[in-house]
Design a protein around this ligand. Sequence first.
Ligand code: TRP
Length: 372
Amino acid sequence: MTEFTVTPWEVTGDIDYDELQRKFGTSPIDDEVLRRLSKYGELHPMLKRGIFYSHRDLIPLLDSYDKGDEFMLYTGRGPSGNTHLGHMMPWIFNKWVQDTFKVPMFFQMTDDEKFLFKDLTLHDTRNMAYENALDFIALGFDTEKTKIILDTECIKTLYPIALKVAKKVTFSTAKAVFGFENSSNIGQIFFTTMQTAPAFLASEVYGKQMPCLIPCGIDQDPHFRVTRDVAPGLNYPKPSMLYCKMFPGLSGADKMSSSDENATIYTTDTPKAVKKKVGRAFTGGCVSVEEQRQKGGNPDVCAVFKYNYYMFEHDDKKLEEMIHKCRNGEILCGECKQALTEKINVFLEDHQSKREEAKEVVDSMTFDGFKW
Ligand code: TRP
């Protein structure tokens, strides 16, 4: 068995996603769940392709929605650096959820978290939060229904909720869930209460029990296990969860990570930078053209294929064709790289202009009306 680690602060190794689901105790998004979801509109490719693959209590949330209850959509970002495609993936999915269910949304930016866990100043994390918020807004979230929370700004509203949570979570639970040690700073130990707060915030804002749905990476599950455990004792509904796999790196690693700059595509990258990075991507192809033509390639290990699968090719037929041609040696890695480069650059050109436009609305979308 290969070793892997998935925690909110560290993802390494070859991730066995089924094993992770068993370990965390989440439920699979199986055909029955997909059938139920397809009642609300065309399924997002990330659902059909098993990228969003696991959940907690999705069905009761849909049942209450069917009875006419709204729910709050909530996700977030720890602003520690520039936005890359891996960060955008769950946000793109969240946009689909908002469009499909027409629900209000909170986007939490945990500048406090990244200050506590990384070698960054509060000034750094706030600046990154602003930059990341532009990327989030550029995806087209409903400007009226979506509110951005910055922890250090919205603390007045979040703190009473965080305190109620803190009173219910012992040090021994925090240690068991997150692996803290005596050398961990005490802000880190408190932090999970801050990530829990927005899950309960809608119930406070609307003055009634408001269900909440949180689509995010499965690495965040430890936080939300705590959230769900304390909810009943505080008279809030347990949030429902939708979990996705990690977006792969261009190097073939399981998770795109800023620690590997050359294998990471940022939203602000130039077409030239994208070309260079995709050009160096791991494909697992053969050394010589002749060999590749003869033996074919292997999409299962190819980062370029994964990018098409995760994000850049929505058409299932085209994807099948890609697999077929690759395995038969009809298409070479260089051609696939070029095609992917073009797709990414088309996406980024549009995104970058929307990102500029986002500057006009970034102040009007803040929770509690704070100014950047
Ligand atoms: N802890 C998350 C991170 O490091 C940020 C975050 C805050 C978040 N609230 C969230 C992520 C809700 C998903 C869902 O990126």
